[in-house]
Design a protein around this ligand. Structure first.
Ligand code: MN
Length: 738
């Protein structure tokens, strides 16, 4: 272990309660020696004396010496068989927070690893999860960063939280007590769960439950206790039967009988609105055996003895939970019609279920990172994704959602299991398979049937994703996807595409303005442009272009800085606005910006004229909204184009798969079957009808007016549809409404 031995602090002053503290420290050492009898504990002792010296004179709310707290925390850590680096960090975890010592000092005395963990825990302590979320998000991100860089930070923090919760009664302020309990319930217990630390999670939940709802707690405890006393004999009896049956079948196993924990009983009672006698897993047998094969064999033995309750078999061995929990669960109708749950697992699975990520530290001492560990990966992804989130409150909601969702298990057509957040849809599924599949996803079949993309998937669904080359994600998807992965991949894609567009637009905008104002951009050096970008606070020219494209800055201002003698800061007063005829002249040699039908990106189709593919169009750079695309025939264009420098050439690309919404008005005779005929024409064209309404043509007396809103691919298709409609007998006019 890389712990320097120099700089031993002066021996501590004997403080009040020092005998009690020394006894606690002895307990700690004993605890460590139980699993590692030969380890040199001199560094631990040194840390203890250092902390004792620093915390001297401080007391907790309960009146006992403060030092008792870090010692108890470290005893908890020793119980988890954590390595000595973690133990030392446990002893020192409040030193930076509560004493004048700085982190550098810790690093000098105890090494980098200890210092990093203490630093992480200190940062964590400063987070108030229940103050304004947008300010806190950054702190939570820091915490996650710390956790990702070394998961021992959160393990120490969880041990700290366990001890704080065990001693909550000692806190005098009831508000503070409640806040700690709530934070534990909503943040720390779920984090422990995500890290697979079942035992820690259980204790944290039960401790905070007691303080959050003392009445309910007492009630549940009472009911559990009553049931337990009534079923004491039952459990002993069942355990004996189980043990002998397993022995008969040659399955080596250890059998444990247990009662469900108070908080999970409470949740079940609340959620399912049932009585305690209907909680199937209130009583559980746990069969711990030597191999996966024997887990299934034992399941067979149990099912042979008692009837399984349908729908209660859960195979978390074949499909581990995201926190890597593995076990086989079943519920059976026991003797006297008393149902109970049985869990089957190997020793290794048991260890993982109880200790989760902490189990790593026992055997792989001193190793950090666990790059491939899924339990850490979700945090790593969360931190990475956070960088892309513009709204910090998104981060808190993503975190809370990620911590508190249950999963749904679906299958690919090839039988691979895909785990999704509850409420997940085919888009979530597609992204869970692969980001590229998500991006290209255009439809889905569930159990062989076509379903909408927002369809809510259920356990066991077989999902086939239909993809199309060249397709790209839609912003609408954000309104119904449930997984952070899908949400973030979609956002990332949209942001990246927006930025590429913005850069392209900005560059053209600048070139165009330069030409108009007589600045030779070709003579401007890269350095000059870079320095102007710098003046605006952009690190790269690209960023300046993007800002111009987003409409954040004006091209004239930039050019003014580049060539102050040629370009004035503001446009000189013009006697007459330029005539629209100017923009009709196609002399402009600008590269043409393509419109790929992505109205949710940097290019928006103007609502006034709603241009469709195939129509002549023109682009206009609007402030902060990128380019708005109008039909050239649009009335608004004339007015907008007074600011000629904001005009930009646009054209339709050939590869667009999107459709365009058009409104049409059909004037017709009032005759039977007219509507039918109109709809079949649209159906035949595969045109998606959005709405269809009939009203009387009051101008013409007996005529009818039919308003149709439908989707078309392009101008050509619209023309074909209108022509066909006009040929229908009884149709007088067909107008497009713009
Ligand atoms: Mn503490």
């Amino acid at each position: 272990m890389a712990i320097p031995t120099k700089d031993i602090p002066p021996p501590p002053e004997p403080a009040a309660g020092s005998d009690q503290l020394e006894a606690l420290y002895q307990r700690l050492e004993e605890r460590v020696r139980q699993s590692r009898p030969n380890e040199d504990l001199e560094p631990l002792r040194r840390a203890y004396e250092f902390a004792l010296h620093l915390h001297a004179g401080q007391t907790r709310d309960s009146g006992e010496p403060y030092m008792a707290h870090p010692l108890e925390v470290t005893i908890i850590l020793a119980g988890m068989m954590m390595d000595q680096v973690t133990l030392i960090a446990g002893i020192l975890h409040d030193v930076v927070e509560d004493t004048p010592v700085k982190n550098d000092e810790i690093k000098k005395r105890f090494g980098e690893d200890v210092a990093r963990i203490v630093d992480g825990v200190t940062k964590l302590s400063k987070i108030q999860f229940y103050s304004r979320e947008d300010r806190q998000a950054e702190n939570v991100r820091k915490m996650l960063l710390a956790m990702v860089s070394d998961v021992r930070v959160i393990i120490v923090k969880l041990a700290d939280r366990i001890h704080n919760c065990r001693t909550l009664d000692g806190i005098k302020d009831p508000e503070r007590r409640k806040r700690i309990a709530q934070e534990t319930m909503e943040i720390y217990a779920p984090i422990a769960n995500r890290l697979g630390m079942g035992k820690v999670r259980g204790e944290l939940e039960d401790l905070s439950f007691r303080h959050l709802d003392p009445e309910a707690f007492t009630q549940v405890i009472h009911e559990i206790e009553t049931t337990r006393q009534a079923s004491e004999g039952f459990l002993v009896n069942v355990k004996q039967i189980v043990e002998s049956k397993l022995k008969e079948n040659g399955i080596p196993a250890r059998v444990e009988a247990r009662m469900k924990r108070p908080y999970s009983v409470y949740v079940k009672l609340q959620k399912q609105r049932i009585g305690i006698d209907q909680v199937y897993d209130l009583l559980a047998m746990r069969i711990i055996t030597d191999s996966v094969k024997n887990c299934y064999a034992a399941l067979g033995v149990i099912h042979n003895e008692w009837h399984p309750i349908p729908g209660r078999i859960k195979d978390f061995i074949a499909i581990p939970r995201p926190n890597l929990y593995q076990s086989l669960h079943t519920s059976v109708m026991g003797p006297d019609g008393q149902p109970f749950e049985v869990q089957f697992r190997t020793e290794e699975m048991h260890r993982v279920a109880e200790e989760g990520i902490a189990a790593h530290w026992k055997y792989k001492e001193g190793k950090r990172g666990q790059a491939g560990d899924e339990r850490v990966n979700w945090m790593r992804q969360l931190v990475e994704w956070q960088k892309e989130m513009r709204d910090p409150t998104d981060f808190m909601s993503t975190l809370k959602r990620d911590l508190n969702t249950e999963e749904v298990y679906c299958f690919t057509p090839g039988g691979k299991v895909i785990m999704l957040a509850q409420g997940g849809c085919p888009v979530d599924f597609a992204y869970a398979v692969h980001s590229d599949i998500g991006h290209l996803c255009v439809g889905a079949k569930v159990n062989g049937r076509i379903v909408p993309l927002k369809y809510e998937l259920k356990n066991g669904d077989v999902v086939e994703i239909l993809t199309q080359a060249g397709h790209s994600p839609s912003k609408d998807w954000l309104s119904f996807v449930k997984s952070s992965k899908a949400r973030n991949r979609i956002r990332h894609f949209i942001n990246a595409t927006e930025r590429v567009k913005a850069i392209e637009i900005g560059q053209k905008y600048l070139e165009k303005e330069a030409r108009r104002l007589g600045v030779a951009l070709s003579k401007v050096s890269k350095e000059q442009l870079e320095s102007v970008a710098g003046e605006y606070g952009y690190p790269k020219i690209e960023d300046l272009h993007a800002a111009l494209g987003y409409g954040k800055n004006s091209a004239r201002q930039v050019l003014h800085r580049l060539a102050p003698e040629t370009v004035t800061e503001t446009e000189p007063e013009k006697p007459e606005p330029e005539k629209p005829s100017k923009f009709n002249a196609e002399s402009d040699q600008d590269l043409v910006l393509s419109v790929d039908g992505m109205n949710d990106l940097m290019i928006n189709l103007a609502r006034c004229c709603n241009p469709i593919k195939g129509e002549p169009i023109v682009g206009y750079i609007s402030r902060g909204k990128g380019v708005t695309v109008h039909a050239k025939s649009c009335k608004n264009v004339e007015n907008l184009m007074y600011e000629a420098e904001r005009r930009i050439n646009v054209d339709w690309t050939r590869t667009t798969g999107r459709s365009f919404r058009v409104r049409m008005t059909v004037y017709s005779d009032d005759r039977l079957g007219m509507l039918n005929q109109i709809t079949s024409i649209l159906f035949a064209e595969n045109s998606n009808i959005q709405s269809l309404e009939t009203r009387d043509d009051t101008d013409r007396g007996e005529g009818k007016i039919i308003d149709v809103t439908t989707d078309v691919r392009d101008k050509k298709q619209l023309e074909k549809i209108t022509a066909t409609l006009r040929r229908v007998s009884g149709v007088r006019h067909v107008d497009r409404v713009q």
